[in-house]
Write a protein that binds this ligand. Structure first.
Ligand SMILES: C[S@@+](CC[C@H](N)C(=O)[O-])C[C@H]1O[C@@H](n2cnc3c(N)ncnc32)[C@H](O)[C@@H]1O
Length: 547
């Protein structure tokens, strides 16, 4: 009997020794930031601890039980930290919850959980964690850090609720340092059926130009500065990007299910119309679930073909990056926005966030659209581009121009001379005089046509020689610019030309106000006046600024 007891004690001691060594090893790997290896060792330790705990009677061996529980809690907490570093957020949250079941106020775990929730845009849940940690006695000396996190949660929660974003400091600092931390936000929008274009995003009230419509964080992005072999590099980036999206869908049920709601380009009319509340940052399972099934690679590829956006597209603006920068990404809510050749929204890329704002005034119930390709081009070119996207754009502007080209003499000739690349600067005069002859009276319709022949307008307005020749026979730059901006939304090129023109003409306060108005169309109301002024300066000197 004594012999048996001795054997048992020896076995137990050996087991304890082994666990101690495992714990040391795992901690060492964690300190060395070898996350994967550390997770493996912690997992071994955790399963041994659970096994030992199941064999101990809590009542007869309370000290041993409590000691084991404590080290299990710490191991779960550390494994959560390592998993979160690998962005396995949902698995990490499961570990946090298990640790908190053992010790509901465990400081390290609450801090880790709060940081993960903040990353997942669950600001108020994150805030609850930091508050609990702040109340905990173990937080000795960490109050400052916790209060810092609480302030961030408060700021992001406010942004997310009110849609008040301010990029002024970052802009005025010349985009130095990390891009500002942004919340996700959903303004006055809803998803509805769009006539002949599957589903689309619609405004639920009248919206003023510049107002933010939504801010959303990428599921995944891939970016870089493009070297010489551009196409090869784009292919490598695309593969990397596909893997990241697949990985994100495999790790989280909510992401997987939302991605699966996106169009694969087939049978769009029959697709379900999801409720906008599904996309709110705080909507989500309390339990952090893995997808029911593995994502289907062929489906993901089709979805990415139809929905991924490039950051450097002409209809977008990436703040704080130089011009040879290329980025591709998937932003779920933005994937419900259809294209129009007279779009009323624009996108701004800040870090991983996409901010979409009204680039013209939008009426309640109107569909929100942005341009998938350059819309400052003639109808024929736009037709070619929408074909490569797999659809035929039948928007009001396209229908109007089709009718004009078919019935008004002279318009097709201007288009052809522009296509031939010959000196077509007289085209602006032919167009302006043609519009009088063709009885094009509306400001919007004039804006449509001027937008289509933007290239020749910019050539004439940009050349002193052409201005001397044609200048008196065409409207001033700000009239043309404003009509284009009001009809098809402003664009950086339009803005630059108008600001240049105003400056050349010695623009005063009124002119500056006009430029500021166009600036808000391009960048949205996300910065104060002085930052916008600095940005307008940059749009003029962009080349020298980045060199
Ligand atoms: C990013 S999705 C936009 C949302 C999509 N309508 C849906 O129901 O999920 C892009 C697809 O929408 C359709 N689409 C977008 N703009 C369109 C337009 N102007 N005319 C026709 N179809 C359009 C095309 O099928 C395109 O491949």
């Amino acid at each position: 009997m004594v012999e048996e007891e001795k054997k048992q004690r020896q076995h137990k001691e050996m087991e304890e020794e082994m666990m101690q060594q495992l714990r040391f090893k795992a901690t060492e790997l964690l300190i060395r930031e070898e996350w994967k290896e550390s997770i493996q060792v912690y997992s071994h330790f955790i399963s041994l601890s659970l096994d030992s705990l199941s064999k101990i009677n809590e009542k007869s061996e309370p000290d041993q039980f409590s000691k084991l529980q404590k080290s299990l809690c710490l191991a779960l907490s550390n494994r959560a930290e390592a998993k979160s570093r690998l962005r396995d957020f949902y698995e990490a949250l499961e570990d946090c919850d298990q640790a908190l079941q053992i010790e509901s106020t465990h400081f390290k775990t609450l801090l880790c959980k709060g940081k993960i929730l903040l990353n997942l845009n669950q600001y108020s849940n994150a805030s609850d964690c930091f508050k609990l940690a702040l109340n905990d006695l173990q937080n000795n000396g960490n109050s400052e850090i916790l209060n810092g996190y609480l302030d961030r949660c408060k700021k992001l929660e406010f942004q997310s609720r009110m849609g008040t974003f301010d990029l002024s400091d970052w802009v005025l600092n010349g985009f130095r340092g990390k891009s500002p931390e942004l919340a996700e936000y959903i303004g006055s929008i809803q998803i509805k059926k769009s006539e002949n274009r599957g589903r689309g995003l619609f405004s639920t009230k009248n919206i003023e130009a510049g107002t933010l419509l939504f801010v959303t964080k990428a599921v995944a992005t891939d970016r870089g500065i493009l070297p010489e072999s551009v196409e090869d590099s784009k292919m490598v980036m695309w593969k990397d990007f596909v893997d990241k999206v697949f990985d994100a869908a495999a790790k989280c049920r909510k992401t997987h299910d939302l991605i699966c709601k996106l169009s694969t380009g087939e049978d769009e009319e029959g697709l379900e119309v999801p409720d906008i509340s599904l996309f709110r940052p705080e909507t989500g399972e309390e339990k952090y679930l893995l997808p029911k099934e593995k994502p289907e690679m062929s489906r993901i590829l089709n979805i990415l073909d139809v929905n991924s956006l490039t950051e450097d597209a002409i209809s977008a603006k990436v703040l704080g990056k130089n011009s040879d920068y290329y980025g591709v990404g998937l932003w779920i809510l933005a994937s419900f926005v259809n294209h129009s050749c007279y779009p009323n929204a624009r996108r701004l890329h800040i870090g991983d966030h996409l901010m979409v704002h009204a680039s013209r005034d939008i009426k309640a119930g109107e569909e929100i659209t942005f341009a998938y390709f350059d819309v400052l081009t003639p109808l024929k070119k736009r037709r070619e581009m929408s074909k490569t996207w797999g659809f035929h754009c039948n928007c009001k502007r396209c229908r109007f121009e089709e009718d004009m080209i078919d019935h008004k003499e002279g318009l097709r000739e201007i288009e052809i001379s522009l296509e031939c690349g010959s000196d077509s600067s007289d085209g602006v005069v032919r167009l302006e005089e043609g519009m009088k002859k063709w009885m094009v009276k509306g400001k919007t319709e004039k804006g449509y046509l001027r937008a289509s022949f933007w290239t020749i307008f910019s050539e004439v307005f940009g050349s002193e020689k052409s201005m001397r020749r044609w200048g008196r026979r065409i409207p001033p730059v700000e009239v043309v610019g404003e009509s284009v901006a009001d009809a098809v939304g402003c664009d950086e090129r339009v803005l630059k030309m108008v600001v240049d023109g105003l400056r050349r003409n010695g623009g005063g306060v009124m002119e500056m106000e006009k430029a500021m108005k166009l600036g808000r169309y391009v960048y949205g109301k996300v910065m104060k006046k002085n930052a916008m002024k600095a940005l307008l300066e940059l749009s003029i000197h962009e080349q020298s600024y980045y060199n």
